[in-house]
Design a protein around this ligand. Structure first.
Ligand SMILES: *[C@@H]1O[C@H](CO)[C@@H](O)[C@H](O)[C@H]1NC(C)=O
Ligand SMILES: *[C@@H]1O[C@H](CO)[C@@H](O)[C@H](O)[C@H]1NC(C)=O
Length: 330
């Protein structure tokens, strides 16, 4: 940003100096020009809903998923396809709705960050990215009616301000079903709702629901001697949908929003293996500007609990934990 900004600033100052030297008529013109420049400078610093601040970088997303998300071949593939397809479509028929499922620490929040980083220049700090957490934003079940209208109001207001808004709902499994129902209309195939089009917005739902089934499936797959990367979406989806239909109180029923086919992509996050935990540690050292030390990575990774007990393959914790654990080793 540095050089361009300085050039702009110099230009702005010069324009002002010139104004002083001019007679009235040209002064008016110069003032107009200065006002225009002022606006340009304002937009330069102040995030606005234009391609300078909001522009999708498919190459960047692919590179980030490849280099920073470990052990999630399904999620990686689905996310890249979904987001790229959606962002390259100038006239989507509905907003993009992603439902991310898996145990805590498998990378659901992290993936949302990678998506945001490759759409908004400000990443998660963008004014157009909104994160809602059940416990923080909607803590009291008795107030659900208030939350409903507040949430609808927010979504409407924010999408009116910027069509390319992104909404992330964390801990969907803890969210009141009534609240989930209140956002359903925004996810559907409507040209416009009350004069507002939601078709360019992105909704991401994060949920631990289904995590157990995904873990069991991955474990069974490993036990049968197959390669993890051969695991396909249907291998996970079938046991999940069976569980959903057998138990409508599982939380998954509501979280999936499948009853109305509003979710475009179901994204499973698999439990990490020891080798992925090591990769996380190495990547984190690199991110901290240190030269990655394999011995230290193995040492930190070995502190985790792994299952099955005898083989110590799958980690009970994720990348985020290892990142904070590194503080005690470096
Ligand atoms: C897109 O991402 C790639 C890889 O991270 C980067 O090299 C490139 O500069 C980015 N393009 C834009 C326009 O930001
Ligand atoms: C946008 O959403 C935020 C919550 O993330 C809310 O505080 C704000 O009031 C909303 N803006 C509008 C214009 O509704």
């Amino acid at each position: 940003m540095g050089t361009a900004f300085k050039t702009l600033l110099v230009y702005f100052c010069v324009a002002n100096l010139v104004v002083n030297a001019f007679e009235p008529v040209s002064t008016t013109i110069a003032i107009g020009a200065t006002a225009f420049l002022g606006r340009t400078i304002y937009n330069y610093f102040h995030e606005s809903c234009d391609p300078k601040w909001v522009q999708f970088n498919a190459t960047g997303l692919r590179a980030d998923l490849e280099s920073q998300l470990f052990g999630q071949h399904l999620a990686s593939r689905i996310i890249l396809k979904a987001v790229t397809g959606f962002m390259n479509n100038n006239n989507p028929k509905k907003p993009l709705v992603l439902s991310l499922h898996g145990w805590t620490g498998t990378g659901k929040n992290f993936v949302s960050q990678l998506i945001a980083n490759n759409i908004y220049r400000e990443g998660m700090d963008s004014r157009f990215v909104h994160v809602f957490t059940s416990e923080l934003h909607f803590p009291h079940a008795v107030q659900v009616e208030t939350y409903k209208s507040q949430l609808q109001h927010w979504i409407r207001g924010n999408v009116t301000a910027c069509a390319h808004s992104m909404f992330v709902f964390d801990e969907m499994d803890k969210m009141h079903p009534g609240l989930i129902d209140s956002i359903k209309p925004f996810l559907d195939y409507y040209d416009k709702l009350d004069g507002v089009s939601y078709r360019k917005a992105i909704f991401i739902f994060l949920s631990n629901a289904g995590g157990e089934i995904i873990t069991h499936t991955t474990l069974d797959f490993w036990k049968s001697g197959k390669d993890r990367e051969e695991l396909e979406l249907k291998d996970v989806e079938i046991p999940l949908s069976l569980s959903v239909f057998n138990n409508k109180n599982s939380g998954l029923w509501h979280t999936c929003l499948i009853d109305k086919n509003l979710v475009d992509f179901f994204v499973p996050f698999l439990p990490l293996e020891y080798r992925h935990v090591v990769q996380c540690a190495m990547a984190e050292m690199k991110a901290r500007g240190l030269s990655p030390d394999p011995d230290m990575a193995y040492k930190v990774a070995s502190e985790f609990i792994y299952f099955p007990k005898a083989d110590r393959v799958f980690s009970s914790k994720g990348c985020k934990t290892i990142k904070s654990m590194l503080d005690y080793y470096i």
